[in-house]
Design a protein around this ligand. Structure first.
Ligand code: P5A
Length: 436
């Protein structure tokens, strides 16, 4: 992408409305713009990050055997009346009336709709278990939308729903999704800690929140530092092995982790002083086991062996995809700007033409850009070198390839690694070998 022809409206000044680093940086780097309170437009670079996160979430959900589908954002109020949540959900739910005076809601979550779809289509115990998911916009009319995309009103969520024949199956599905979540967060370059949680308006008996530490987080959390060291990607737990999933779950439960609401001072005291981590946390995902909370009132049953009806056991599993963009920045930035983990960076490298119009600089830049046009952001603007350096650090792409007139004449460029600041002057060939 050529910066001279792109909508990347970077800002030098800190926008007054942004209270936390990630929100400030998302506005300054031109990733998003607010269009109404708690509602954001995703500009080209922001959308690339959102898509990169979605792709990782999708790949790991598929690997775990979940099937992707897409449910609409608008839902009929009748579904919510069936489950009893139409009144219970309160003013957070956006209620809409169409021209025929029919009540609709803009979905804050999809337990009712997926249960309705399942009861229409799944008749026999032979068709279970199944897990389905989608990545879709949600609306919650939050009382205090704040911190940009962290607590928006419209936000992108990945939500999955599992259907099993019995409790043991449901617990297995829950553990499988938990393993998928740990792998997703690790692939995203963040350390999210699973913590036992309250179930809130989704309801149910068992829930975990996935939390990353950040000073601006909304809740106080406590956990054993050993949980930061676990490697889920290289672990050999198989998604289709209930024994593996039980071992994985036991491993997680070996270590203390809790939010304020579930904090247990007596157990906390048994964690070695040096291993205690305490601070503010941002919730990037939450999973729930709620048994028959929706299937029962909504009349969803399947024919068991011999025809006896079985009411399926369900769970739901959410990841805040748009919140993650803010959360990742919150966890990975410095005074100069964002430091994207490679897996979600909008581009792998920034290519800085320090003197656009200089024959040697232009030739080197076009040559380098032509080799990886989809992976590079070429700063070909007519701007001072200082402004280009500042914007490159602000945008936070993992690598910078800096092309100045003196080096270019000799076929040499400078390569800078954003995360460490480490620099090297290299031939074009060696620079490309280092970055790609
Ligand atoms: C699980 C999937 C649910 O809604 N139903 C379907 C369950 N869970 S949840 O915890 O309420 O939401 C899941 C994740 O969505 C993100 N999230 C938000 N992100 C941005 N702005 C918001 N206002 C917002 N509300 C929830 C969180 O990451 C949460 O973990």
């Amino acid at each position: 992408m050529r910066l001279s022809r792109s909508l990347v409206p970077t800002l030098k000044q800190t926008p007054a409305e942004a209270q936390i680093s990630s929100h400030r940086l998302m506005l300054r780097a031109g990733l998003v713009r607010q269009t109404a309170s708690g509602i954001y437009a995703w500009l080209p670079l922001g959308l690339r990050v959102l898509n990169a996160i979605s792709a990782i979430v999708r790949a790991e959900q598929n690997a775990a055997g979940a099937q992707e589908m897409l449910m609409p954002t608008l839902q009929t109020a009748d579904l919510w009346r069936e489950s009893g949540r139409y009144d219970a959900y309160g003013p957070e739910m956006l209620r809409i009336r169409d021209r025929h005076e029919r009540d609709l809601v803009y979905g804050p979550t999809n337990e009712e709709m997926i249960t309705d779809l399942a009861r229409q289509s799944i008749q026999s115990y032979r068709e279970l278990p199944q897990t389905l998911y989608h990545i879709q916009w949600k609306f919650r009319d939050e009382m205090r939308p704040r911190f940009g995309v962290m607590r928006g009103r419209e936000f992108l969520m990945k939500d999955a729903y599992s259907f099993d024949l019995d409790y043991a199956g449901a617990v297995n599905s829950y553990r499988r999704m938990m393993l998928a979540y740990m792998r997703i967060f690790q692939r995203l370059g963040i350390r999210a800690i699973p913590m036992l949680a309250d179930t809130g308006p989704i309801g149910g008996d068992l829930s975990h929140e996935f939390i990353i530490l950040a000073p601006t987080g909304e809740s106080q959390v406590f956990y054993d530092a050993a949980l930061e060291q676990l490697d889920y990607l290289r672990s050999s737990y198989a998604y289709d092995s209930p024994a593996d999933l039980a071992n994985f779950h036991d491993l997680i439960n070996t270590y203390y982790a809790a939010t304020e609401e579930k904090h247990d001072q007596a157990r906390w005291a048994t964690v070695a002083q040096a291993s205690r981590r305490e601070g503010r946390g941002i919730e990037v995902g939450q999973i729930f086991y709620f048994g028959q909370k929706y299937s029962k009132p909504m009349g969803f049953s399947v024919a068991g062996p011999g025809g006896r009806p079985i009411v399926p056991e369900m769970g739901s599993y959410g990841i805040g995809v748009s919140r993650l963009v803010g959360a990742i920045i919150e966890a990975s930035h410095d005074d100069a700007g964002i430091i994207w983990p490679e897996s979600v960076a909008p581009f792998r490298a920034a290519l800085l033409n320090l003197r656009a119009g200089d024959a040697a600089c232009d030739a080197v830049c076009e040559d380098v850009y032509g080799r990886h046009p989809g992976a590079m952001l070429l700063d070909d603007r007519d701007e001072r070198a200082g402004a280009k350096f500042a914007d490159a650090d602000l945008l936070g792409l993992p690598w910078q390839i800096i092309v100045g007139p003196r080096g270019a004449a000799a076929g040499r460029v400078e390569v800078k690694r954003r995360a460490t600041g480490e620099r090297a002057e290299l031939s074009v060939h060696d620079a490309l070998a280092k970055v790609f």
